[in-house]
Design a protein around this ligand. Structure first.
Ligand code: CDP
Length: 247
């Protein structure tokens, strides 16, 4: 979200306001299996973002007219809780932004889940933001990917997402809210780590040509190694616990 309000200085002495370097991620942790009722779930804490993703299905798509005889239908709902924002509180009704983020999240998972294996089925993905601080769509997709994998759904890859922005002429990775609000660009990307393909790219603002875009893409891929590692550790964790118990 770029803003025309008076812009604060975002970079001081080569560091960002929270002390990070340009290509540094915020602290990130993921825990899976946090919603026992769901088939798969994950809780992500990424900077000050706290988000739960829960996955149900595949089950028969209902009402029947929503069924696709060739593949499973993915239904996705991203929502910010009324108390999640640092500024606005109150309504949690779906607004245009929530509808947009639900749509792009659905498209990410249509691309990676092997939906052809479940004709007539439905998979529900819920992303609930409990606390937000910039980058919730990326954090939501990263958590949902771990939740889908923990549900045992077949996927061609476990995607992750992170955004790159631009502030005071520098590319900066994984923006928090203040950076997001006052940056000159906000470019969230979702990546399939195995092939390194970009399966979702949004652009608010712009980069200065293809050289800068390539630089942003390599920042994302480098950070992605860490994000993917954390997703996989989170997926292994419940099994490690069981193994340790019987040791
Ligand atoms: O969260 P993300 O960066 O993917 O989406 P955004 O639309 O660029 O929003 C940036 C940030 O603004 C969010 O992460 C929230 O911290 C904040 N925001 C909010 O507090 N209330 C809203 N209704 C929308 C955004």
């Amino acid at each position: 979200m770029s803003s025309s309000r008076e812009k604060p200085i975002l970079i001081i002495d080569g560091k960002r306001l929270d002390g990070r370097s340009f290509d540094q991620l915020r602290p990130l942790s993921i825990t899976t299996n946090v919603v026992p009722n769901a088939d798969g779930s994950a809780f992500i804490e990424w900077g000050n973002n706290k988000i739960i993703a829960a996955v149900y299905g595949p089950k028969e798509a209902l009402p029947k007219h929503t069924q696709d005889p060739e593949r499973a239908v993915i239904k996705c709902r991203y929502a910010m809780s009324p108390f999640s924002s640092a500024e606005e509180h109150g309504s949690s009704k779906p607004n245009r932004r929530a509808i947009e983020i639900s749509k792009i999240t659905k498209e990410v998972f249509e691309n990676v889940i092997l939906i052809d294996e479940f004709p007539g089925g439905e998979i529900n993905i819920y992303v609930d933001v409990l606390q937000s601080d910039g980058g919730t769509r990326a954090a939501g997709i990263t958590a949902a990917a771990a939740a889908v994998a923990s549900a045992g759904l077949p996927m061609r890859d476990i995607p992750y997402a992170v955004s790159v922005g631009k502030a005071d002429g520098h590319l900066i990775l994984d923006m928090n809210k203040i950076e997001d609000n006052y940056s000159d660009a906000d470019v969230p990307m979702t990546i399939c780590p195995r092939t390194k393909e970009i399966i979702l790219l949004q652009m608010d603002g712009s980069f200065d040509g293809s050289k800068e875009f390539r630089e942003a893409y390599s920042m994302v891929l480098k950070a992605g190694e860490e994000i993917s590692r954390i997703q996989k550790e989170a997926l292994k964790e419940p099994y490690t616990k069981i193994i340790d118990k019987y040791r």
